[in-house]
Design a protein around this ligand. Structure first.
Ligand code: FAS
Ligand code: PHB
Length: 398
């Protein structure tokens, strides 16, 4: 067995782990990242597409925002389509001047990976049998196996950034953890294509055939989603079948503008609301999907991960620079307050836009009436806008 030492051992090289690692590096705090799969595999996952200002600011704080600002698309609104009617939600106007940015998680992850490699920082990819130890003591450590050799990393803290299926949350004592979960009875079939987006902004669709979303990655690359039953498998869906079903869920204007093409990627993501309480276990902290999952309807997953990382990073800097653990002690409660607000919005937006099995016909009429009210009410437009662009970091503390 080899033994090395670092200040923070990060498990997981997704956006959470990489962003935390980059921020710590900029602050002169040593961190090693241990990742189960290869870097190419991480980059091959097609996931989030929308960045909130808080996430954009964090990328800038981490010194990796240049390409994001060059290539990201700033959006000041979203379109809502239901019952053949389309309404624009002016996010900028109703959120007090905020926007969102279209910049794929894949690109954000690539920027963070490139910065880490350029700085010569250690990321152990394809590490197997990762385990976390003694996090309830002052001397935690992480072990993993690479090329048949067991390695140990002694550290001051462990950051569990290893996603929903990771080892860190699973290693927390069951008596110390509470998990809240709601699994939705449908999934999102996503398709990525090098075709021009059907609309300048995103279109969220509540149709009698189910939810659809027209998103994008650039002016030449589109991302579409269809609500599908949990019994469906991606191999059940040819590209033609996808495009045909999407057309049936759009309005005439979008149908006419839709440019179809071969899929670059196609996958079905399950939807769940999930929160772990607390997010801290001694010297191990959970951040990002390791601690919570949201249905992607509200585009919150990646952005929540970013704000967890911000709170944890600030706490770690305070520990090392000021010898104060106030920030670390407050991390879980502070992050959970924001997480539950995003969970609530994502759940509410999912309920509003999807068709649930066994829904009576009246439920669709309630959804249409709610959408009609929201689109014609300043209070309604404001509630959508301020939640969609992301509540201020100090929300609820004023
Ligand atoms: P991640 O899951 O991205 O990263 C965790 C990393 O830890 C992974 O690389 C994993 O390989 C690694 N790991 C796991 N176990 C390990 C172990 N034992 N040892 C070492 N490493 C380990 N969000 C949106 O906002 N919009 C979307 O459209 C959207 N679509 C999604 C689709 C899918 C299929 C999924 C799963 C999520 C989606 N999300 C979406 C949410 C997603 O973007 C997450 O919020 C984001 O990836 C969170 O980043 P991390 O917390 O880093 O977790
Ligand atoms: C995406 O582009 O992947 C995306 C955008 C908005 C969402 C979910 C996913 O709400």
């Amino acid at each position: 067995m080899t033994t090395t030492r670092t200040q923070v051992a990060i498990v997981g090289a997704g956006p959470s782990g990489l962003l935390l690692g980059q921020l710590l590096h900029k602050a002169g705090i040593d961190a090693v990242i241990v990742e189960r799969v290869s870097g190419d595999y991480v980059l091959g996952r097609i996931r989030a597409g929308i960045l909130e200002q808080v996430c954009i600011d964090l990328m800038d704080e981490a010194g990796v925002g240049a390409r994001m600002h060059r290539e990201g698309l700033v959006h000041g609104g979203i379109e809502m389509l239901w019952d053949g009617r389309r309404h624009r939600v002016d996010l900028n106007r109703y959120s007090g001047g905020k926007n969102v940015m279209v910049y794929g998680q894949t690109e954000l992850t690539r920027d963070l990976m490139d910065a880490r490699a350029a700085a010569g920082l250690t990321t152990v990819y394809e590490a197997h049998h990762t385990a976390v130890h003694d996090f309830d003591t002052a001397r935690p450590y992480v072990t993993y196996v690479k090329n048949g050799v067991t390695h140990r990393i002694d550290c001051d803290f462990i950051a569990g950034c290893d996603g929903f299926h990771g080892v860190c949350r699973a290693s927390a004592p069951r008596s110390a953890i509470r998990e809240y979960e709601k699994v939705y009875p449908f999934g999102w079939l996503g398709l990525l294509s090098d075709t021009p987006p059907v609309c300048d902004e995103l279109i969220y669709v509540n149709s009698e055939r189910g939810f659809a979303l027209c998103s994008q990655r650039s002016k030449t690359r589109s991302r579409y989603y269809l609500q599908v039953p949990l019994t469906h498998h991606v191999e059940d869906w040819s590209d033609d079948a996808f495009w045909q079903e999407l057309r049936l869920r759009l309005d005439d204007e979008a149908r006419e503008r839709l440019v179809t093409g071969p899929s670059l990627e196609k996958s079905i993501a399950p939807l769940r609301s999930f929160v772990t309480e607390p997010l801290r276990f001694g010297r191990m902290f959970l951040a990002g999907d390791a601690g919570h999952i949201v249905p992607p309807t509200g585009a919150k997953g990646l952005n929540l991960a970013a704000t967890d990382v911000k709170y944890l990073f600030d706490g770690l800097v305070q520990h090392y620079r000021e010898r104060s653990d106030a920030g670390l002690d407050a991390y879980s409660a502070k992050a959970l307050a924001r997480i539950w607000r995003a969970e609530r919005f994502s759940w509410w937006f999912t309920q509003l836009m999807h068709r649930f099995p066994h829904d009576e016909q009246i439920t669709a009429k309630f959804q249409h009436a709610e959408l009609d009210y929201l689109m014609h009410s300043e209070a309604g437009l404001r509630t959508i806008a301020e939640n969609y662009v992301g509540l201020p970091l100090d929300f609820g503390q004023r």
